[in-house]
Design a protein around this ligand. Structure first.
Ligand code: ADP
Ligand code: MG
Length: 619
């Protein structure tokens, strides 16, 4: 038989490699920014159109290339940065694979202008899908300008796979932040669709962080400095009280390269143990300097992962230096000029004895008397609709159709006075005393049903109830909002604002009313009914963090994500004690849901134990 193996032509090989190196416009931004830094530039300009889908251009004042180098730079495995395998162990540059330009040129239209200092004229190159279309001499300043147009023009599947402009732009900004944070000694400017998004002059590290994340960041930063034989640490961690729901301000750089390391992140979290609430994340901007020999960054072409020779030691050093810095900050508050004076005890009160506050209880108060009326007007965080208890058991056994319920059914029937109640709960003492549910460990609600017993996870069950409520309002667009007495202003970083902008319409559909939507803050004048004002910032932070973890790709899933996120924020927490009636309402509301058996994130909401199950256990 004839031989059948052939070497792939270069342009095909390049296109395949491109799949790994260039996932989205942001990958191009990263590669080009890094090349400019490797070329020794100290001013770098990034110009983006339509979130990079139309244009990504980077202009630097680095060392430029000769004509031959310019042509060679687009060949695969063409690099000026390493010569032999040994060089891999003493890397001082960002690039080394010689893959980026070849990959980008394989899947886009690229125009490069470049000139070295000593040359009078520069080189112009135009490349489309790996083929050189034009080469010329050109008048251009020292340095290199690369314009990447029509990304993925020859891979429609990839192009269609790109997310909305908001999402793609966010990825670009993330990459831009990472590179800009690693190099405060380089000036960066970024334009999107003609307007300047960032203008970062050469500065020190603290100033760079503040220039990117806003003036308010300054007071949050606690310096961390440590130098040992194996590792040098410098940078800042956030004061514990500024810990966020999102991980958007967590940055590790190793030898000026942004990396992700769950392991080192854990070291930092453990340094904050006891200082921040569960579910919130410390901010950090930390630069680690290690001997290049002791790391291996060759694991993945996009190079955010890294292998260290001695991870355990790094972990221990990192943890203790962060702890040390936090400790210094805590024991020496007087030295901290940024401290908020309002938090200190005013002088007048210093020597006075505090008296025990008295709590008066109105024994006859029944919070549920009014609740019914309110429950009718919309979904609620703290109240549940009342409805015949029989409904839910029948739903659960699946014997009766659930389509016949009406809103008025729910509100007219009192749980206690429900005649069907008696047939639902086993005849006996419980029903006579009205005790149909029991809360276990402030976590589970236990209720008896004909066949035995049912156990609800209160947090998950309530999430389901709220989620369906939100979804309904998001899709039928009739949410009720409550007007705030004073507008609420909340500040966000520019990345966070990008998330919020993309969800603005959906948020409005749940009942949020925004009076201002600026680049770094929003002003809220109305919130969904039953969302307490104090929870608003927590809800939005949670939302941002959820979007970050699961990028919504269509309108529908953005809506869904919003409903999920808000129900997570507002649901009754584990550990919260519930009054008898609240427990009963939770049970009823859950079984009035379309899908009572799972939480919005697909976790089991309740389990049942039948009398048979018990009998078996007692055998
Ligand atoms: P790598 O960065 O891994 O070497 P690239 O494909 O990104 O691979 O770049 C190939 C080569 O092109 C680089 O090694 C460098 O010599 C040259 N080059 C790329 N971008 C620039 C630039 N902005 N200024 C000067 N030289 C550049
Ligand atoms: Mg490169």
């Amino acid at each position: 038989m004839a031989d059948i193996i052939q070497l792939l032509p270069d342009h095909v090989a390049n296109q395949i490699a491109a799949g790994e190196v260039v996932q989205r416009p942001a990958s191009v931004v990263k590669e080009l920014l890094e090349n400019s830094i490797d070329a020794g530039a100290d001013v770098i300009k990034l110009i983006i159109k339509d979130a990079g889908k139309t244009l990504i251009q980077i202009i630097d004042n680095g060392k430029g290339m000769s004509t031959t180098d310019a042509r060679l730079s687009f060949e695969r495995h063409a690099t000026s940065k390493i010569r032999s395998a040994e060089d891999l162990f003493s890397l001082n540059t960002k690039g080394f694979r010689g893959e980026a330009l070849a990959s980008i040129a394989a899947i886009a239209h690229v125009e490069m202008k470049t000139k070295q200092e000593q040359d009078e004229l520069g080189t112009l190159l135009e490349i489309e899908g790996s083929g050189i279309k034009n080469q010329d001499v050109t008048v251009t300043p020292k340095g290199t300008s690369i314009a990447v147009k029509h990304l993925f023009f020859n891979i429609p599947a990839r192009r269609n796979f790109l997310k909305s402009n908001n999402v793609e732009l966010r990825h670009i900004i993330d990459e831009f932040h990472r590179v800009a944070l690693a190099h405060p000694d380089i000036a960066f400017v970024m334009f999107h669709n003609g307007s300047e998004n960032f203008n970062l002059p050469v500065s020190n590290y603290r100033q760079r962080i503040v220039n990117i994340f806003g003036g308010k960041t300054n007071e949050k930063l606690v310096p961390v400095e440590e130098e040992t034989e194996v590792l040098k640490i410098s940078g800042f961690v956030g004061k514990p009280e500024f810990a966020k729901r999102t991980k958007s301000e967590q940055f590790f750089f190793v030898n000026n390269r942004f990396i992700k390391s769950p392991y080192l992140n854990h070291a930092i979290n453990s340094a904050y143990e006891g200082l921040i609430k569960d579910g919130s994340h410390p901010n950090y901007f930390l630069n680690l300097t290690v001997d290049p020999k002791t790391i291996d960054i060759n694991i993945h072409p996009t190079k955010t992962e890294i292998k260290f020779d001695d991870e355990h030691t790094l972990y221990a050093i990192l943890r203790s230096s962060v702890k040390h810095s936090l400790g210094q900050f805590n024991i020496a508050p007087v030295l901290d000029f940024n401290r908020d004076n309002n938090l200190d005890t005013p002088y007048d009160y210093k020597d006075k004895n505090a008296s025990t506050p008295r709590v008066e209880v109105d024994q006859s108060f029944n919070p549920f008397q009014e609740e019914r009326a309110r429950a009718k007007s919309g979904f609620s965080a703290s109240s549940y609709k009342k409805e015949p208890a029989a409904q839910w058991e029948s739903l659960y056994v699946g014997l009766e159709s659930k389509g016949t319920k009406t809103e008025s059914d729910f509100s007219e029937v009192e749980f206690e006075s429900n005649p069907e109640n008696k047939s639902l709960f086993t005849e006996g003492k419980q029903v006579e005393t009205g005790q149909a549910t029991y809360q276990l460990h402030n976590k589970y609600i236990i209720s008896t049903i004909k066949s035995g017993m049912i156990i609800l996870d209160q947090h998950r069950a309530h999430q389901r109830v709220l989620y369906e409520g939100f979804l309904k309002h998001l899709t039928v667009k009739e949410a009720v909002s409550q007007q705030l007495l004073f507008p609420l202003t909340l500040e966000f970083s520019s990345t966070e604002m990008e998330h919020l902008k993309s969800l603005k319409d959906d948020l409005e559909r749940t009942g949020f009313v925004f009076s201002l939507f600026k680049d770094d803050s929003i002003e809220i004048t109305g919130v969904p009914i039953n969302v307490p004002e104090s929870e608003v910032s927590i809800i939005l932070e949670q939302l941002i963090s959820d979007v970050e973890q699961e990028v919504p790709d269509s309108n529908f899933s953005a809506t869904d994500l919003l409903a999920k996120s808000m129900s997570k924020s507002l649901a009754i927490k584990t550990g919260q004690s519930l009054a008898q009636q609240e427990q009963e309402h939770l049970v009823n509301s859950l079984f009035a849901c379309k899908e009572p058996s799972v939480s919005p994130t697909n976790r089991v909401t309740f389990i049942t134990m039948s009398v048979d199950d018990f009998d078996k256990k007692f055998m």
